[in-house]
Write a protein that binds this ligand. Structure first.
Ligand code: GDD
Length: 316
C-alpha cells in the first residue's frame, strides 16, 4: 500500500510515518520544512516532498506522479491554546489548506479513487452534558474553541466534496494525544519539561500549572496512528470515527503520576496565564464504533505513555 501523509514532520506525523513503514507500506510525506534526519527519512520506502498544498497544481502533480492508494491529512494548526490568540489564522489555515488539498485530489487522475482520512478533533463537540457521556459520533457538534470550530468546518467541507464530487473521504475525531515527541504547549510536555528542569536544578521546585480540575480522554499517539492506518484501509466513505480511550482522567492525576516518576519534591503554583478563557470541565468519548468495525483497542497504558513522554524530555 502506498500512503501519502500531510504534516509528516509534526508530532503525530512522525509516529504515523514510522508505523506505516513498519507495516511495509510505501510512504510519501509532505511537509513545509527541509525534513528531519529521522530514520524514516532515510528509509528506502520513504520519500519526503517539501511543498505547500495550498498550491492546487502542486497537489495534483504530486498525486499524478506518485499514484498513492490513500492519503492521511494531518497538517493543521493543532494547538487549542494558540487558536484562542489567532482565531482567524487557525480557521483560515485549517480550512483553506483542506479545500486546496481536495481541489488537487479532484483534479488529479486519482480523484475519487483515492481514499482520504481527514483528521478532526474531539474539540468539535464542545460542551456536552455529563449525562451524554461517553460522547458518541452522532452527538451534536457545538464547538467552543476556535480550533474546534475550524475542524467542525472541515467536516462541512468533507461533506461537500463527497456530495458534489464523490471524493472518498472519511473523518476521525481523536481525543487528547500523549506520547514521546509532543511539543511544549500541551499539558504533558509542559509538565514533563518542568520536572526535568527541576531534576537538573535549572528550575526551582515549583511547578507552574493551569487548570488541574479539567478531565480529558487521553490516548497514546502510537495507538492513534495505528487506528488511522486501519481507518484508511477499512473505514467507510462519509463516516465519522471517534478515536479515544473511553475514560477521562484529571489533569491533577496526570501531574501526580508524572511527579511520582521522579524523585523531586514540588509545590504547585497555578499560573493565571495558563488558565484558558474557556475550558470544558470534563469529556470522554465512546470508542465502540472503531472497536467494533476495526477490532482496534488501545494498547498503551497511560503510565507507559507518561513515562515515555517524561523520558523523551530527559533525553533531548
Ligand atoms: N497545555 C497545558 N499546559 N494545559 C494545561 C496545563 C499546562 O500547564 N495545566 C492544565 N492544563 C489543562 C488545559 O487547561 C486543558 O484542559 C488540558 O490540560 C489538556 O490540555 P492539552 O494536553 O494541552 O490538550 P488540548 O485539549 O489543548 O488539545 C489536545 O486535544 C485535542 C482533542 O481534545 C490536542 O491534542 C489537540 O490537537 C486535540 O485535537
Amino acid at each position: 500500500m502506498k500512503i501519502l501523509i500531510t504534516g509528516c514532520n509534526g508530532f503525530v506525523g512522525k509516529h504515523l510515518v514510522e508505523f506505516c513503514l513498519s507495516q511495509q507500506c510505501e510512504v510519501i510525506g509532505i511537509g513545509r520544512g527541509e525534513g528531519s534526519q529521522e530514520p524514516s527519512d532515510i528509509h528506502d520506502k520513504y520519500t519526503y516532498v517539501k511543498g505547500d498544498f495550498s498550491d492546487v497544481e502542486f497537489v495534483k502533480n504530486l498525486l499524478d506522479h506518485f499514484q498513492p492508494d490513500g492519503l492521511i491529512h494531518l497538517a493543521a494548526q493543532s494547538s487549542v491554546k494558540d487558536s484562542w490568540s489567532d482565531i482567524s489564522g487557525t480557521v483560515d489555515v485549517n480550512l483553506s489548506k483542506t479545500v486546496s488539498l481536495y481541489e488537487g485530489i479532484r483534479k488529479s487522475t486519482l480523484a475519487n479513487k483515492l481514499k482520504v482520512l481527514s483528521v478532526g478533533s474531539s474539540e468539535e463537540y464542545g460542551y456536552i452534558d455529563q449525562g451524554k457521556m461517553p460522547i458518541r459520533e452522532s452527538e451534536r457538534l457545538l464547538p467552543v474553541s476556535p480550533y474546534g470550530l475550524s475542524k467542525y468546518l472541515v467536516e462541512t467541507v468533507n461533506e461537500y466534496y463527497i456530495r458534489q464530487f464523490g471524493l472518498n473521504i472519511l473523518h476521525a475525531r481523536p481525543f487528547n494525544h500523549i506520547g514521546p515527541g509532543q511539543s511544549l504547549g500541551f499539558v504533558v510536555p509542559d509538565f514533563s519539561a518542568q520536572i526535568v528542569n527541576i531534576e537538573l536544578g535549572k528550575q526551582a521546585p515549583v511547578m507552574n500549572v493551569g487548570n488541574l480540575d479539567a478531565k480529558r480522554d487521553f490516548l497514546d499517539v502510537r495507538d492513534i496512528v495505528r487506528s488511522y492506518f486501519l481507518l484508511l484501509q477499512y473505514g467507510t466513505q462519509g463516516e465519522i470515527y471517534n478515536v479515544c480511550s473511553g475514560i477521562s482522567i484529571s489533569i491533577r492525576s496526570i501531574l501526580d503520576t508524572l511527579v511520582s516518576m521522579s524523585n523531586i519534591k514540588i509545590t504547585v503554583n497555578v499560573d493565571p496565564k495558563l488558565i484558558r478563557k474557556i475550558d470544558v470541565p470534563d469529556y470522554y468519548g465512546s470508542n465502540e464504533k472503531i472497536q467494533h468495525e476495526l477490532s482496534w483497542t488501545p494498547e498503551f497504558h497511560i503510565s507507559t505513555s507518561l513515562a515515555d513522554s517524561l523520558n523523551y524530555y530527559r533525553e533531548i
